[in-house]
Design a protein around this ligand. Structure first.
Ligand code: APR
Length: 237
């Protein structure tokens, strides 16, 4: 199958953990996924942070180690190449907190669930997130903000509002083609984007080895691994 992109098309891409699976990063909900070995409530909620910041940092420090070792795969590279062919008409929204899209060469992207390699003040004191690649073995090693608050991972915990939503909504409303890659359709609002795009009249395509929970919302489903399917999938007129 090929997906043709016309000169009038605007493309919105949504990616999930599946696009990084072929880079060796575990997804969340597979049999050996991240939520198999950890309870969300222990590592990814505001309450977990209040109760056990050391445990939260231990979890995200381990993800940093894995993320630093991983390399972009052909699917990330295909996305960067597509962006280069569609100046001003391509937008990528990722739920992933790894930086493999950037390292593959993507530019016009947002991380709606945060960025693994940034940290910010736990007090929301107004200072912007800072770059932070560190791996923290103990809480003593975690720096504090000038305001005195401890730095927390720049991750959207369950129950918190995803980042950049106004921009995302605006990009969806302008898009004519939405391509969703490697996400199970279990987490909202991202799982609802296909519906918004569909209502705005866009074509909607899902790519992944199994059907997502929201499969019925898509115009087309391409079953296969992202790194195999994406290179060569698009023809740009
Ligand atoms: N290519 C494409 N898709 C793949 C591949 C692959 N090689 N391997 C697995 N997948 C698919 C799986 O079939 C599954 O549908 O990736 C999807 C991963 O789903 P989840 O583990 O649920 O990950 P995701 O949908 O990104 O999770 C959403 O949940 O816990 C939160 O914040 C976390 O951003 C995350 C959000």
């Amino acid at each position: 199958m090929t997906i043709s992109i016309a000169p009038t098309d605007r493309v919105f891409i949504l990616t999930g953990a599946g696009i990084s699976a072929e880079s060796g990063l575990p997804t969340f909900r597979s049999d050996n996924g991240l939520w198999c070995g950890h309870r969300v409530e222990d590592v990814c909620t505001p309450d977990a942070w209040r109760r056990d910041p050391a445990g939260v940092w231990a979890f995200y420090s381990e993800l940093r180690v894995q993320g630093q070792k991983a390399k972009p795969n052909p699917a990330h590279i295909a996305m960067a190449e597509l962006e280069a062919k569609l100046p001003g008409r391509f937008f990528l929204c990722t739920q992933n907190v790894d930086n493999l899209h950037e390292r593959a060469g993507s530019h016009n992207l947002v991380h709606m669930h945060g960025d693994l390699f940034k940290a910010r003040c736990e007090r929301e004191c107004g200072r912007p997130p800072i770059d932070d690649q560190s791996v923290y073995a103990t809480l003593d090693q975690v720096p504090h903000c000038p305001c005195g608050g401890r730095l927390r991972p720049h991750i959207v915990f369950f129950g918190e509002v995803p980042l950049e939503m106004p921009r995302i909504e605006s990009e969806i409303s302008r898009s004519t083609l939405m391509v969703v890659i490697g996400t199970s359709g279990a987490v909202y609002p991202a799982a609802g984007f296909v519906n918004w795009a569909h209502q705005a009249g866009a074509r909607t395509v899902y790519i992944g080895p199994e059907r997502p929970l929201n499969a019925s919302e898509f115009t087309h489903i391409v079953e296969g691994k992202a790194g195999v399917v994406l290179p060569g999938l698009f023809t740009v007129a």
